[in-house]
Structures are given as C-alpha cells and as structure tokens.
Design a protein around this ligand. Structure first.
Ligand SMILES: NC(=O)C1=CN([C@@H]2O[C@H](COP(=O)(O)OP(=O)(O)OC[C@H]3O[C@@H](n4cnc5c(N)ncnc54)[C@H](O)[C@@H]3O)[C@@H](O)[C@H]2O)C=CC1
Ligand SMILES: O=C(O)[C@H](O)CS(=O)(=O)O
Length: 482
C-alpha cells in the first residue's frame, strides 16, 4: 500500500507508553492473498499488563477537566480526517472494501470522535428534591473505570471509535483487542491518538490470541465493563465469562434484517434501498438486509430491476478505479456464503444472477440475487454476511411482519411503503432496535445504534452513547438543618 505517512503502519501493540511485542501474526490482503504486515501474537500476560497500565492511568485521566479531555478528542478527530487517505489505504489493504467505502468509513469513524469530544462536556449530574428535611440529594455520573473492548473486522475503524471515543470522553481508560484480520487500522488509530495527546495507558491495544486476551479481559476484576461487536455466539461467551466479576456489558451482535417491499412502494426507491443495505461492505455488516420480503403485486418488477442493478456492479481489487464490490474477508466467510446459496438452491431457490465464486478467484463471490427463497433455508435463519440478496414472496402485511419477527435476532429492519398509517403500524410491530422506512442506510454517529433479543445489549452513538460508560451515584447529604 502507498502511504504518505509511513509512521501510520504499525506492527507492534501499544501498552502504556510502549510499542511492544514481536511481529509474528501475518496480516493478508484479501484481494491478493499477499502478506502486507505482521503484528504480535500476544496473550493473557500482556493483556494483564495493559489492564494494569489502564488502571494506573485512570486517576489522572478521570481527574482531568472534561474540557481538556474534550480538546484531546477533538485533536484526535482532526488527525483522523487529515489522514483519511492513508487510513483508507490501510483499511482497503487489510479488509478489502473498495477505497470509496474505506474513505467513507474513515469519516464515519471520525464522526464518533467528533461527537464525543462534544459530549465529554455534557456528562451532567442532577439535584433531586430531598426526601427528608435538612438534607440534599446529589446525583453524579462517574466514569465506570477500565473498559475492555473487542472489535470486529468489518468496520476496522468505526467499531473502535464508536466505543473508545465515548469511553475516553466519560473519563474511562481502555484496553482494546481488534480483530486478527484487521489490526493495522486499529494501530494506525492508536498512533494518531498518541499524536493527539492521549496520555500513556489511557488507550491500549493488544493483538493476538482472542481466547487468551478475551479470557483475561473478562475475568480480571479491574476491568469493569466489556464492550463487544461481533457474532452473537462470541457475545454470549463473553457474557458468561464476565459473570464471575459482574461486569457491565455492551454488546452489538449479529442480525438477520428483513427488508420488506410493499405493493405501494416507490419501486426505484425500494431497489436503491435494497442495493445500499444488502451490498454495503459486500454484505458484511450486521445491519445488511438478510431477507428481502416482496409483496406479490410488485415482486416481478422489483426482482427484475434489482438484478439489473446488481449486474452493473464492478467486482475487483478495492484499489482499482470504479470497483464497488471487493473480496470477502477470508475463506471461512466465502465458504459460509457458498453454503447458504447451495442450501437455498437445493431447497428450491432460483439464481436470477450471480450465485458462485467469481472467476477472479480468491475470496471474490459474484453479487447474487435469488428468488423463491423460503423460511426453511439456512439464509433465512443465519446471517449470510455476504453479497446474496434472497427474495421471499408474501401476500398480506401481517404475514410479512410475522416472518420478519420470526428470528432470535432483532437489530435492524427496513420497509418501503407510501402509506403513512402503514409506516407507523409496521415500524411499531417490528421487533428490533433500528427501523429504516423508505431508507436502506440508517447508520450515523447521531443515532442510538443497537438491537434487542439476541442482537445485543446497550446503544452506541448519539448523546445516549456515553451513558454506557458511566455509573450513576447518588449522595444523600444530611446535617444541613438551619
Ligand atoms: N455484529 C457485527 O457487526 C458482526 C457480526 N459478525 C458475525 O459473526 C460471524 C463470524 O465473524 P467473525 O469475525 O468470526 O466474528 P467473531 O465474533 O468471531 O469476531 C469478532 C471479534 O471477536 C473476537 N473473538 C472471537 N472469539 C473470541 C473469544 N473466544 N474471546 C474473545 N474474543 C473473541 C475476534 O477476534 C474479533 O475481534 C459473521 O459471519 C457474522 O455473522 C461478525 C463481525 C461483526
Ligand atoms: O457491525 C456492523 O456491521 C456495524 O455496526 C454496522 S454500521 O454501524 O456500520 O452500520
């Protein structure tokens, strides 16, 4: 990868005031299979050191004036934006998303740091009318303390800043384990945090053995909160492991988003929304439309238009001009997509376009549209996490809502209609945390992102996002009789 600032390509972890660890874990470019860097493969001992560094840094950081923490976060935001090209180049090289999407993610990630630089100055308390004479009740919101963060590969920057920015803003300190597929983005972000003035030990990054690092983060009593984005399976494991020290949990887990197209929808708007939701990041987001339910009257027109647009996609290396679909993150991800398509076809689905590994080889998969999908198929019950638009036919609104809600997940849902009453009725009936009405993209730093059921606990982003990282304490101050 070509960088203007070569100092951003880091191959060591950050613990306290040191870059440390011997690079050994290979980081590969999913578009070419080439090794682009190595990072340390660390474990429990180094994680313990990082937790101790975070604990040592906590008193001074939480004791700093909120406006001074805010100024440091603001500088971090400005540095992310002024290094947007390099951060995007690193992301495309290790994650595969097209440069245009990577630039977008850099801005998206930086927007969380920008927002929480502002919110750092608004962690307000309150005074409650006293329940007894001669007393006062004061409520303080204090930083929860040392936070463990474990983040995924699909948004290598944004899922870190969406956690670390509010944590630091609240006065917490953090030990972060990025995904083994995409550590370089995290380490570049760390370099910029140092340049912004984040003091040693306030933000630490440990790369390596997920089980060992996660085991230490979830069992060490100094860590008071675990914040995780990733699969529901791992989220449940982290919950179990954290129970022994009763940690607060912030979990952004898997989804199985329905996207419903009603007969009265604006067809072109529904097609655009489905393309945006389904094929963003090659379908590798937890809010991607995973099941597309289309009412009988509009089904054929929608299926034809969607396939027409999907066939316009340019598949290739994300650094190439005009490419809008890159490779999947790894062979395991590709095999999951392949298995979902094969299972669907075995159970009667028809391939309208795509449907197999691309001739480009590697982990490239043809953007795909299937018709005839049914609820018996794997892709109806599991997150495909790939570029496969599975179309399900339905007749009545109640049937669509029942199908949409018939899943252990509840993160995002989308639907397209021009009927205002239906917009409210269906929005309120869907069991999820995020609803897009006539919109396929709903994420931003300004919204309280999160799910219900097995899609997670808590909300990230918006002014609510900082609440995850504070504890409320009330003080009954007596002896004030005049
Ligand atoms: N909700 C979301 O945004 C995401 C959902 N997923 C879902 O998860 C599936 C598998 O993708 P993966 O990347 O394998 O997700 P994953 O949940 O295995 O990995 C996410 C993070 O958890 C870490 N991790 C894995 N096992 C761990 C353990 N035992 N202890 C501590 N940390 C651990 C990984 O190193 C990574 O940093 C995807 O197909 C998708 O369905 C994956 C990534 C993001
Ligand atoms: O994990 C994810 O897929 C992200 O949370 C989706 S988004 O917030 O970037 O839309």
């Amino acid at each position: 990868m070509k960088l203007q600032d070569h100092e951003l390509l880091k191959e060591q972890c950050r613990i306290g005031d040191s870059w440390c660890g011997t690079p050994s874990l290979e980081v590969t470019n999913p578009a070419t299979g080439s090794v682009i860097a190595k990072v340390p493969y660390l474990g429990a001992a180094e994680t313990k050191q990082a937790i101790e560094a975070a604990e040592a840094a906590l008193p001074a950081w939480r004791g700093m004036l909120a406006k001074d923490r805010a100024a440091i976060l603001r500088r971090w935001y400005e540095l992310q934006m002024s290094h947007q090209e390099d951060l995007a180049a690193i992301m495309t090289a290790e994650q595969g998303k097209p440069l245009s999407e990577a630039r977008g993610e850099v801005a998206y990630a930086a927007s969380f740091t920008e927002l929480f630089a502002e919110e750092a100055k608004r962690v307000y308390g309150e005074i409650i009318p006293t329940p007894k004479a001669g007393a006062r009740v004061l409520v303080e919101r204090q930083p929860i303390g040392v936070v463990g963060a474990i983040t995924p590969w699909n948004f290598p920057l944004a899922m870190i800043t969406r956690k670390v920015s509010p944590a630091l803003a609240a006065g917490c300190t953090v030990v972060c384990k990025p995904a083994e597929d995409t550590p370089l983005s995290a380490l570049a972000l760390m370099e910029l945090a140092i340049r912004a003035g984040v003091p040693p030990g306030v933000f630490n990054i440990v790369t390596g053995d997920p089980k060992a690092i996660g085991g230490e983060l979830t069992s060490n009593p100094t860590v008071r909160m675990i914040t995780f984005t990733g699969s529901t399976e791992v989220g449940k494991l982290l919950m179990r492991q954290s129970a022994s020290t009763v940690k607060k949990m912030g979990l952004e887990l898997g989804g199985n988003a329905p996207l419903i197209v009603f007969d009265d929808a604006d067809l072109e708007r529904a097609v655009a929304g489905a393309l945006a939701s389904k094929f963003r990041n090659m379908g590798q987001t937890c809010v991607c439309a995973n099941r597309i339910l289309v009412q009988d009257g509009i089904f054929d027109r929608f299926a034809d238009r969607l396939a027409e647009e999907v066939e316009q996609f340019k598949l290739g290396d994300g650094t190439e001009e005009g490419v809008d679909q890159g490779p999947l993150i790894n062979e395991a991800g590709l095999e999951k997509v392949e298995a979902h398509v094969a299972d669907a076809v075995d159970k009667g689905a028809k391939i309208k376009t795509g449907g197999k590994r691309a001739t480009l080889g590697g982990t490239f998969f043809e953007p795909t549209v299937l018709t005839g999908a049914t609820t018996e198929m794997l892709l109806a019950n599991e997150e495909t996490f790939g570029p496969v638009a599975a179309l399900f036919r339905f007749t009545e609104e109640e049937e669509a809502i029942r199908i949409a809600n018939d899943t252990p997940y509840g993160l995002a849902a989308y639907f397209f209609t021009r009927d205002l009453a239906r917009a409210f009725r269906v929005s309120e009936a869907l069991e999820c945390g995020i609803v897009g009405v006539n919109e396929g993209l709903t994420s931003s730093e300004m919204v309280p992102f999160g799910g219900v059921k097995e899609s997670g606990i808590g909300r990230e982003g918006s002014h609510h996002g900082i609440d995850e990282f504070v504890e409320m304490k009330y003080i009954l101050m007596g002896g004030l009789e005049s």
